[in-house]
Design a protein. Structure first.
Length: 146
């Protein structure tokens, strides 16, 4: 019997994996945005207060407080009464990875002709859903095109 071509996985069969990955990315995106913002606020003023975090993100203080509590549970931040929120070493590393990923996505979008302002806005959503493999491909493309 002649060799049969390998059977392709149906799109429907792969869909649950895609949805799981998208939900996981959505859940981590919130933590990543908060960690990045806290790092920015600390760089600007030496600390990040919940009121400042809420104001920058356009959310209510209780919403920001819940997110900070989640960062603390994950070991990414600590807070001190009447002082503010500070990133742990792991939180600072996460913020740096997010910032680098954001820059790569922005640079790629600009390289393919997206205006810089639009690239910045679009990267905010895309950066959280890009796999490491895809990010490496973006970086390789950018390195070749420079």
């Amino acid at each position: 019997m002649p060799d049969q071509p390998a059977k392709k996985t149906s799109d429907a069969a792969a869909r649950p994996d895609r949805f799981v990955r998208a939900r996981e990315a959505q859940a981590s995106a919130l933590l990543e945005d908060y960690a990045e913002l806290i790092a920015d606020l600390i760089a600007e003023s030496g600390e990040a207060r919940v009121a400042d975090i809420a104001g920058r993100l356009g959310v209510a203080q209780p919403t920001a407080t819940k997110a900070v509590a989640r960062l603390q549970r994950e070991g990414l931040a600590v807070s001190r009464p009447y002082r503010g929120v500070f990133l742990t070493e792991a939180g600072a590393a996460l913020a740096e990875r997010v910032r680098a990923r954001h820059r790569t996505v922005v640079d790629l979008l600009i390289a393919v002709g997206v205006p810089a302002e639009t690239a910045e806005l679009d990267a905010e959503g895309l950066e959280h859903h890009v796999s490491e493999r895809t990010l490496k491909a973006f970086e390789a493309y950018l390195a070749r095109s420079r």
